[in-house]
Design a protein around this ligand. Structure first.
Ligand code: C2E
Ligand code: MG
Ligand code: MG
Ligand code: MG
Length: 300
């Protein structure tokens, strides 16, 4: 059993795995009520530079907490929103919440300035496949960026490869227009779809995110490590920067650093955080970085 469950080897972790509460099934009526009652909120997962460990930005991730049902996973409510014509409403909520938060964080960065080394931070937002073909969501995003004084160049739109490839011609058109506005485009969950790499890399992406299924198995699987290092080399040869998501341990981060991965994201660095937790994390992260630097100096 322990072998099957892999990393979840402490008694407490095993217990948690075995006694995971059953997933609540969400109805459309409950979903619509969640919009009315404003039960959605956002968390922000920090992303760091692999080489220097400095913060480079955040990914906004949507959460839903329903009275009586508790936390509902986005893996459950996102597809439901997509099926019932509610995804633009959700993305609007994300844009309305994340862009002003990000603008506030950056403008108060004076307080964090020594922590951030005056880096230009970026905010990543997930975009559904359905928004690519036809949607007003992008004019909405452009207006919100202008209102909050956020450069489109500091916004990364994350699209899964399946999303980008479901209609390559429409994608090329929409994505090219978004690039011309200055938005950064990222291929999310790279390696999990079945799309043609050749068609995919002809789209105007600026970043590739290696899926957590490869990253999460890097420590124990030679095959995963080979795939990761080839993907990094390929992406760099194509002029794309690379983020690895789902980093859960130090060895994996060290491996990615060695392979010249650009940015890193995962529980080992930080969990997705509420705005107030982000403030604490930024301060703590700087102390950790300083400590690591001193240790390295001492080791010389
Ligand atoms: P994603 O965009 O690939 O986001 C990464 C997911 O990996 C997040 O799950 C994050 O919490 C999780 N994660 C981060 N670090 C680690 C780690 O070290 N280990 C493991 N095991 N997981 C890690 P989350 O928040 O449950 O979101 C799942 C998916 O739901 C996202 O995958 C994205 O496709 C979708 N999603 C979430 N928020 C939004 C949103 O606002 N809009 C849209 N359209 N989709 C969203
Ligand atoms: Mg994402
Ligand atoms: Mg992903
Ligand atoms: Mg995903």
């Amino acid at each position: 059993l322990r072998q099957l469950l892999g990393k979840h080897t402490t008694a407490a972790q095993l217990n948690q795995r075995i006694h995971q509460p059953q997933k609540a099934v969400l109805s459309v009526a409950e979903l619509e009520r969640a919009f009315e009652l404003q039960n959605f909120y956002l968390v922000y997962q920090p992303k760091i530079d692999c080489r220097t460990s400095s913060l480079v930005g955040f990914e906004a991730l949507c959460r839903l907490n329903l009275p009586g049902l508790g936390e509902i996973s986005p893996e459950q409510f996102i597809p439901l929103c997509e099926q019932h014509g509610l995804i633009d409403r959700l993305t609007q909520f994300v844009i309305n919440t994340a862009v002003p938060w990000f603008a506030g964080f950056v403008s108060s960065a004076g307080q964090h300035s020594q922590n951030l080394n005056n880096k230009v931070l970026k905010l990543a937002i997930n975009i559904s496949a359905l928004s690519i073909a036809h949607s007003d969501i992008f004019s909405y995003l452009i207006a919100q960026c202008a209102r909050c004084n956020v450069e489109p160049g500091n916004i990364i739109l994350e699209l899964t490869e399946t999303a980008a490839m479901s209609d390559p011609i429409a994608s090329l058109d929409t994505l090219t227009r978004l690039r011309l506005y200055g938005f950064q485009l990222s291929i999310d969950d790279f390696g999990t779809g079945y799309s043609s790499i050749l068609q995919l890399v002809r789209l105007p992406f600026s970043e590739l995110k290696i899926d957590k299924n490869f990253v999460g198995t890097a420590a124990e699987s030679k095959e995963s490590r080979l795939v990761i290092s080839s993907v990094i080399d390929m992406a760099h040869a194509l002029g794309l920067s690379v983020t690895a998501e789902g980093i859960e341990d130090r060895q994996t981060l060290a491996f990615l650093q060695k392979k010249h991965c650009d940015s890193a994201q995962g529980f080992y660095i930080a969990r997705p955080l509420t705005p107030s937790q982000v403030e604490d994390w930024v301060v703590r992260h700087q102390d950790d970085k300083e400590l690591a630097r001193l240790k390295a100096l001492r080791a010389l």
